[in-house]
Design a protein around this ligand. Structure first.
Ligand SMILES: *Cc1c(COP(=O)(O)O)cnc(C)c1O
Length: 416
């Protein structure tokens, strides 16, 4: 479900014509629908209402402060992976007690800040990290809480760059080592191990891998219980897939129906960390057609938006639907490419695309997750503006960058 629909042949975001937005704010432009964003959060919350999990939205999917604040105001917590994301989370008004922190490479400074701010817990990814957190908490004279991130060794059936729960991935701790660590839990004097965490990958469209992973940890929790090791939390991560093309992902309700009985049996408080599911279909990226170029072998539609704005096609060979702002009945096969000096700079390849003219606009659909948040200034391109639409109102939530912005931290070198 999303709120980007044609009305009288004009693509609209909620009650506003996308064409009016690009005329006003220029391109490339990220446009988000407030209704779609909140609707996805509420769908998930309702599907899981029986166990009332803390839904920690995964900041890295889209870390704009306005988006974080919308979700935090609805009661969401946040899942962070860096000190920068902690800074954003607190700035967006998220109570520290609703923040969980994963990452295989947390630095001392990041750990110290997160402890001082009093986050709910760290998702710990190695024994060395656990020792480090223990020692830093000791220096700060604090007791801090952690969940052990388990690598359940399950196949998530998604792109290999976004699977995280196989034993060959860098994430988490295998069950045997996790067990050893839990037996030694009293050796960590400034850390309380309060839970387990799993996150097996992203854009997972079936429930089976989630069920397999959760079954592994629930079995493990029973084994721990038998040894008198009691936990408080089970964090089941994110990873729910969305529709980009012809996927038929499990709905929030189907997912909940599959996993809630398992989760309930643990008696633990449940945390989840959805990113893409909440924000993915809540955003589009609009580009202007600069040139149309026909070569002996191909037709290229060259737009003012490149891999620096949306890297998913280049990085994951990801599919994004491409729509004209005004419905056009004719279409033809073309490559949709950006202005960047790389052959990997494409948004779509060999695709039937509406027959646009130079000066027209094209909307790249479902770019709300891992769109702007993975953008860069490559080729010294300015990062795009972001706007949020709520019914017939629009707010700028990120100004377009200026040339001054992109050189802000650069200094000339003096040779003598
Ligand atoms: C990226 C990430 C998520 C969110 O994944 P989605 O596929 O966007 O739902 C959740 N938890 C952790 C630990 C992550 O790294």
């Amino acid at each position: 479900m999303h709120d980007f629909k044609y009305k009288n042949n004009q693509l609209c975001c909620e009650k506003i014509k996308v064409h009016d937005l690009v005329e006003r704010f220029g391109t490339p432009l990220h446009i988000y629908s407030y209704n779609t964003l909140t609707d996805h959060y509420i769908k998930l919350r309702n599907a899981f209402s029986e166990i009332k999990p803390l839904i920690c939205y995964s900041v890295k999917a889209n870390s704009n402060l306005a988006i974080l604040k919308v979700l935090v105001d609805k009661g969401a917590g946040l899942d962070i992976v860096s000190g920068g994301e902690l800074f954003r989370a607190l700035k967006a008004g998220c109570p520290a007690k609703r923040i969980v922190y994963a990452s295989v490479g947390k630095t001392e400074a990041e750990i110290a800040t997160a402890i001082s701010k009093g986050i709910l817990f760290f998702n710990v990814e190695s024994l060395s990290e656990l020792r480090s957190i223990d020692s830093i908490a000791g220096q700060l004279d604090k007791i801090t809480r952690v969940a052990i991130r388990i690598n359940p060794d399950v196949e998530a059936k998604t792109h290999k760059f976004i699977t995280t729960g196989k034993i060959t991935n860098k994430f988490g701790i295998d069950l045997n080592n996790a067990y050893k660590i839990l037996l030694l839990r009293n050796k960590f004097r400034n850390v309380k191990i309060c839970g387990l965490h799993i996150h097996i990958g992203s854009q997972i469209t079936e429930s089976a891998p989630f069920v397999a992973a959760i079954e592994k940890v629930t079995g493990f929790i029973k084994k721990l219980g038998a040894r008198g090791i009691k936990l408080e939390y089970l964090n089941i991560g994110g990873g729910l897939g969305i529709i980009y093309d012809k996927e038929a992902p499990q709905t929030a309700q189907v997912y909940a129906d599959e996993v809630v009985p398992l989760l309930k049996s643990t008696g633990l408080s449940i945390i989840m960390e959805p990113g893409r599911f909440i924000v993915g279909n809540a955003g589009i990226l609009v580009a202007k057609v600069l040139y149309i170029k026909t070569t002996p072998k191909k037709k290229f539609i060259i737009v003012d938006c490149g891999m620096n704005d949306l890297i998913r096609p280049a990085l994951y060979d990801a599919y994004h639907n491409i729509l004209p702002l005004r419905k056009i009945s004719k279409s033809e096969k073309a490559d949709l490419v950006g202005p960047i000096c790389e052959s990997g700079d494409f948004l779509a390849k060999e695709r039937l695309i509406a027959k646009v003219k130079e000066g027209d606009y094209l909307a790249v659909m479902s770019t709300g997750a891992y769109g702007f948040s993975m953008s860069s200034n490559y080729n010294s391109r300015l990062r795009a503006a972001e706007v949020m639409v709520n019914k017939n109102k629009v707010s700028v939530i990120r100004k377009r960058e200026t040339y001054a912005d992109i050189v802000r931290n650069e200094l000339f070198f003096k040779a003598e």
